[in-house]
Design a protein around this ligand. Sequence first.
Ligand SMILES: [Zn+2]
Length: 312
Amino acid sequence: MTKTNVHTLDLYFRGKPELIASYLIPHQNGAVLIESGPGSTAKSLQAAVEAHGLRLENITDLLLTHIHLDHAGAAGWLARHGARVHVHPVGAPHLRNPERLLASAGRIYGDQMDALWGEFLPVPAEQLVTHSDGEVFQIEELRFTALDTPGHATHHFAYLLEDICFTGDIGGVRLPGIGHVRLPMPPPEFHLERWRQSLARLRQLDLSAIAPTHFGIFSDPQQHLDMLEDALNEIEAWIDAEMPADPPMEALQTRLTQWAKTFALSHGLSESQWQAYEIVNPIGMSAAGIYRYWHKIRRNTTGRPQTSRRPA
Ligand SMILES: [Zn+2]
């Protein structure tokens, strides 16, 4: 296990435990946070930081795996307390000017936006730090490596610290005490082939632990990645079986829910555990992501004749 202390902070998303984590890593001059969580849980984040004897002003650096609202929503608020915000270069402009990000989230969540995600403040340009793929960077005595890991989002980093990897959403969703990894497949950037490449990248690391944002530090990284691969294989087979019939969105969502529930139950999930996965990663989101992936990417690359393409 890593020599450095890593504390899992529970943000109590929607009042529920163990759904969204932020990771607190103290250093000689304050602390690093990995993920801010959404604006709606900013007060839980503050309380958790203070429970470790630190103040928000002691957070020198915030590392974001990607800019989805459940990971990055409180970044601007932390920046106001002085933190530098590290992010993938493709995500950085959206933190500076979140209007487009918020507009597209608004189309999905409608009047639920505020209750779910709270306030999303912009991050001032001078506090943004971007990295290139494979870049090693130092924060006080801590050495991190940023790994470009698309598949869930094109602007996604996993961060390696010693032998622990903070996988954001590319390591899937796995709740504590459960041997079930679920793939969050949101539009518009879910991309199965890229996800497999990211998985191959994670497999090259010599890890003792893996820490997805949803939720916690798992000390069986090889088994975790095997479960992730199994989930990728299963959804790929499902997509190839179901999508050529071009089901409308509603039917797709129903069929996907049935499949996902069967898959989850095969791993021994209880009904309440299934509900917990649903709260943090609603299946409707993945249905929309699969729909877009199929129509924009996969349909044209699975051996169908070119003439079946619709005009763009
Ligand atoms: Zn995400």
